[in-house]
Design a protein around this ligand. Structure first.
Ligand code: FAD
Length: 323
């Protein structure tokens, strides 16, 4: 079959139930800004095709997965899609699985690998990946000059969305097994965290708390503001180390990188390792009682004050507005 002009191959992460991950819309949106998105689904449920078409894929290539083998079957399928489509670039989520697959795929196909891009664009010479580096202090462009760029895209960083496609072309890939050694997964136990709050990765609003919250009991204030804003809850490493909140909420160099529309930092000093994970947020609001706190250097709006005085007033104002 003929593929659209300037095809951009997009590997869709799927969850254990076979559903496309929440990173799908932004990946296809990014692809649509530089070409025509061609989605690759490996081991996905039947209705995943409809979901990725709704998110903008005009062509969907499918392959059976192997739930017991890590990465290799996905790399095999991606390679088959790559050889078939000859894309201008390959986009993947900068998730744990996406990074694993991207690295293996780039080595196999001898293509250039750009990780953790916060955006993509196209110039006269081809596809360009944009990165936020050194804790967000610099923006750097990477423009591979050989082959298709393999780019992992930071979750939540891309706002562009592609137009929905009503009738996508769906094609089953023939995937020759590479025979590469794959780690295998033993028994899987699913633990579901029940929360009414958005997931931190990819959230459009995040409220994070730091050591300034002073105790686990008082950290509830962060959750109250998050609920008033419909936001996910994040934390600094100091708050995690002090036991105020589990590590899965840590934002920063050794935690989750977020790029929400709104990031509210409560009682967080703004160490470089924290900023590395939130500095690309679109609007940053900081509340800290120390006017010299480095977080104010990156904040769009800053309030010098005690979180225990200021935050209840913000929550009351938000509640008043809602009612
Ligand atoms: P502090 O630096 O102690 O700041 C607390 C702030 O709260 C202060 O600015 C204070 O003025 C303010 N405050 C206190 N009381 C109040 C109040 N009542 N009202 C208002 N403000 C108040 N950190 C991360 O966050 N994420 C990471 O991923 C990460 N990775 C790291 C990796 C490495 C290799 C290393 C060495 C460090 C890493 N860190 C990380 C730790 C980082 O260097 C800082 O120590 C940490 O971010 C500090 O957290 P904090 O801002 O909550 O605490």
């Amino acid at each position: 079959m003929g593929y659209p002009e300037n095809p951009i191959l997009v590997l869709i992460d799927v969850d254990p139930s076979g559903a496309p991950a929440s990173s799908t819309a932004a990946l296809l949106g990014a692809a649509a800004t530089i070409g025509s998105p061609v989605a690759v689904l490996v081991g996905a449920a039947d209705d995943a095709v409809t979901a990725v078409a709704a998110a903008g894929a005009s062509v969907v290539l499918t392959a059976a997965g192997d739930a017991s083998a890590l990465a290799v079957p996905i790399v095999d399928a991606l390679q088959a899609a790559y050889e078939r489509v000859q894309p201008d670039a390959v986009l993947l989520s900068n998730s744990i699985s996406g990074r694993d697959v991207a690295g293996r795929f780039a080595v196999r196909t001898r293509t250039a690998l750009c990780v953790d891009a916060v955006g993509v664009s196209r110039d006269d010479e081809g596809v360009v990946a944009h990165h936020s580096v050194y804790g967000g202090a610099y923006l750097v462009d990477a423009a591979p000059t050989y082959g298709a760029a393999v780019i992992t895209v930071r979750q939540g960083a891309v706002e562009a969305r592609a137009e929905a496609v009503d009738a996508p072309v769906v094609e089953a890939l023939e995937v020759p097994a590479s025979g590469a050694v794959a780690a295998s997964v033993g028994p899987v136990e699913t633990i579901e965290a029940v929360s009414s709050r958005p997931e931190l990765r990819g959230a459009t609003r995040v409220v994070s708390g730091g050591r300034g919250l002073a105790s686990k009991e008082k950290f509830v204030l962060v959750e109250e503001l998050a609920d008033a804003l419909g936001a996910a809850v994040g934390a600094s490493r100091a708050a995690v180390d002090a036991g105020y909140i589990p590590q899965s909420h840590q934002v920063g160099q050794t935690g989750v990188s977020v790029s929400p529309q709104l990031y509210v930092a409560l009682g967080i000093s703004g160490a470089i390792q924290h900023r590395a994970g939130m500095q690309t947020s679109k609007t940053i609001v900081a509340i800290n009682k120390d006017p010299e706190a480095p977080i104010f250097e990156v904040a769009d709006f800053g309030i010098v004050g005690d979180v225990f005085t200021v935050v209840p007033q913000i929550i009351a104002a938000l509640d008043a507005r809602k009612s």
